[in-house]
Design a protein around this ligand. Sequence first.
Ligand code: UD1
Ligand code: CA
Length: 457
Amino acid sequence: MNNRYAVILAAGQGTRMKSKLYKVLHPVCGKPMVEHVVDEISKLEIESTVTVIGHGADLVKSQLGDRSKYVLQEQQLGTAHAVMQAEDLLAGKEGTTLVICGDTPLIRAETMELLVAQHEQRKAKASILTAYTENPAGYGRIIRNSDGLVEKIVEHKDATNEERQVKEINTGTYCFDNKALFEALKHVSNENVQGEYYLPDVIEILKKNNETVTAYQTEDFSETLGVNDRVALSQAEATMRKRINETHMRNGVTIIDPLNTYISAGVSIGQDTVLYPGTILSGETKIGNECVIGPNTEIKDCVVGDNTTIRQSAAYESSIGADVNIGPFAHIRPSSDIGDEVKIGNFVEIKKAVFGKGSKASHLSYIGDAEVGSDVNIGCGSITVNYDGKNKYLTKIEDGVFIGCNSNLVAPVTIGKGAYVAAGSTITEDVPGEALSVARARQVNKENYVQHLKFNK
Ligand code: UD1
Ligand code: CA
């Protein structure tokens, strides 16, 4: 088999995005567009991948790391000029070179594989991945001769009215004989409406030299969508979302309403988990088996064990155990570690707190900077007073403690194993294990006192 190389074009600013963020770094389902492309390419047998960077070069580099080599295109003079930058790394090599735009995030490895296979089988010098669309505006058009063979690609802006009627478009993914590519690139001119060196012009140059050029038309235009503006970005997002959701459903996850369920590319979900509408799972989230998530629940960068229920809640950068029950309306803030069989009920906020097995904060609590042991019961409305306006302090609540309702635990403070705190207490000193601590004013009942208030009766 021939050696295979890949060149990803990612140097453009992306003017039409009207954004501070460089185009290829815009995320689609939580992953930058160019990373989707690199991930798909990495599924193919590619000897070396070269990414052409320019705008946002350092950011693109740090995003992709050592999965690619890089060449810098200092001035963005067009897609042919971009590929030219890889000359030092690739020219002179025998083999096949795939060229892909960094702004086509939906392209799948399987499709590229089919393109390369046809290219190699037909011993072509160039093969273009094309697609058919009812709305080809903006794309380069595939111009075929009377025999149906590809003659050239005409950019939308350069096309005649007649050429603009053509609905077969250039997807921006190609496959070339490597040597023929770099030879032809030398002959590309920039005499066109945009004054750019167009990569598609290589096709016409090779044709004129009587080289074999083939086209492989995919059936699925949506896969080849080029994202130039935010409208296309939302279309890419919708297509990718559907693809991700369907993968999870095929793997045994029930998604009640896929159109209203948002799962990022890096998320994994176990079998028999049910996702209700309005669920947003993002970052590196891992959900176990047989969980119930949602409705209206956001979970980002969390690991969730099996058989856990999280309803109408938000959880970030935390670990949540198995058989846990969270919500509705709970907020799990970063660096929390919720053990197995814990219950976090309505209107409870947890921040940077550890909860041991079987502990409960069932209603209206704030537990921040705390270590809560196992089988602890935190009564309704209890809070850790963790902040003195300057510093944060730790509250330790040992195993089996019972905190009565509406208690304030003023940190730093430790409630010893098995202790009880009476409802309404403001605890400022450590409570020994097995003690009952009452820290509130005694109740005084003044008999018949109300009569004295009725002055002017
Ligand atoms: C390009 C194709 C068009 C095709 C479409 C598919 C050209 C001239 N046109 O148009 O035929 O239908 O893609 O989506 O190739 N880039 C660089 N350096 C440059 C210019 C661009 O790296 O000097 C990169 C961009 O970052 C982008 C990609 O190349 O990732 C494509 O450039 P873009 O300007 O989006 O081309 P289109 O107008 O979409
Ligand atoms: Ca584009």
